[in-house]
Design a protein around this ligand. Structure first.
Ligand code: MTE
Ligand code: MO
Length: 248
């Protein structure tokens, strides 16, 4: 047997064994994404599991102030309607963030209440799956501060979040929910977060593609059973053909 064939054999063998081991580990540690169709839909599972094992605590790249895009591109959103206009006229004083599910103290927060919690700013890049991106400074309350306040149950696995736009809902695992860069943003580039960019309240998930950063966030639900939501695929994205996990 020549070395090339032997090498090829060894590589193939290691690959198959590696895949089996990865699938086992992923299953054992609960690293199966909701849209995987089981551990033998291995593409999504391997991406998610590998990133979670290798980069659970990694940070999204932060940029310096001079990298902030001078003309950030606000993706077009469908019309927000009369009720949104009414809330906007009132300076969003009536906007509430509802928090429920597996928490000790379900309730809701006004924007002012959220602003009274610790605030953080991060200069990061937001990337659309369609290829464009921009860099901006995002300011807001870490999602972990809100979750600490309501008291998340130990069996929590995911946080589901919804928009004023009913078609937009997403979920993230607890690694991203409690991640230090995941914030409920109310500010952008030193000012209020403009409506075009998701104001008055947007969840910025820095380590995933733009579509996970849902605009006009109105509610959060903490859960240990993501399959109960929508079609059971984790969020609206896989229902439309995109991956639930969009790590970058
Ligand atoms: N509520 C809501 N959130 C949304 C969207 C939307 O249309 N509605 N578009 C998503 C997509 S596909 C991307 S890429 C980003 C775009 O963010 P931007 O408008 O700040 O560029 O927002 C995401 N969040
Ligand atoms: Mo996007």
């Amino acid at each position: 047997m020549n070395t090339l064939t032997r090498r090829k054999l060894i590589t193939t063998g290691a690959g198959a064994a590696g895949l089996a081991v990865a699938a086992k580990l992923a299953s054992h540690y609960g690293l199966i994404p909701p849209d995987s169709g089981g551990i033998y839909g291995p593409g999504e599972t391997l991406t998610y599991a590998a990133q979670r094992v290798l980069t659970r605590h990694s940070l999204a790249r932060e940029f310096s102030r001079n990298h902030i895009s001078t003309k950030p591109f606000a993706n077009e959103v469908s019309p927000l309607g009369e009720e949104f206009e009414r809330l906007k006229q009132g300076g969003f004083a009536e906007w509430r963030l509802q928090v429920d599910g597996l928490v000790e103290r379900p309730g809701s927060f006004s924007l002012a209440e959220l602003k009274s919690l610790p605030q953080q700013s991060h200069i990061t890049m937001i990337q659309c799956e369609e290829g464009w991106s921009y860099i901006a400074e995002w300011t807001g309350t870490p999602l972990s501060s809100v979750l600490d306040l309501v008291g998340v149950a130990p069996q929590a696995r995911h946080v589901v979040y919804r928009s004023f736009q009913p078609d937009w809902w997403e979920s993230i695992d607890m690694a991203d929910a409690l991640h230090p860069q995941t914030i409920l943003a109310q500010g952008m580039n030193g000012g209020e977060l403009p409506v075009g960019f998701g104001g008055p309240l947007r969840l910025r998930v820095m380590r995933q593609l733009g579509y996970k950063s849902v605009k006009y966030v109105t509610s959060l639900t903490v859960t240990d059973n993501i399959k109960k939501f929508g079609q059971g695929l984790g969020s609206a994205s896989p229902e439309a053909g995109y991956a639930w996990y969009a790590g970058i």
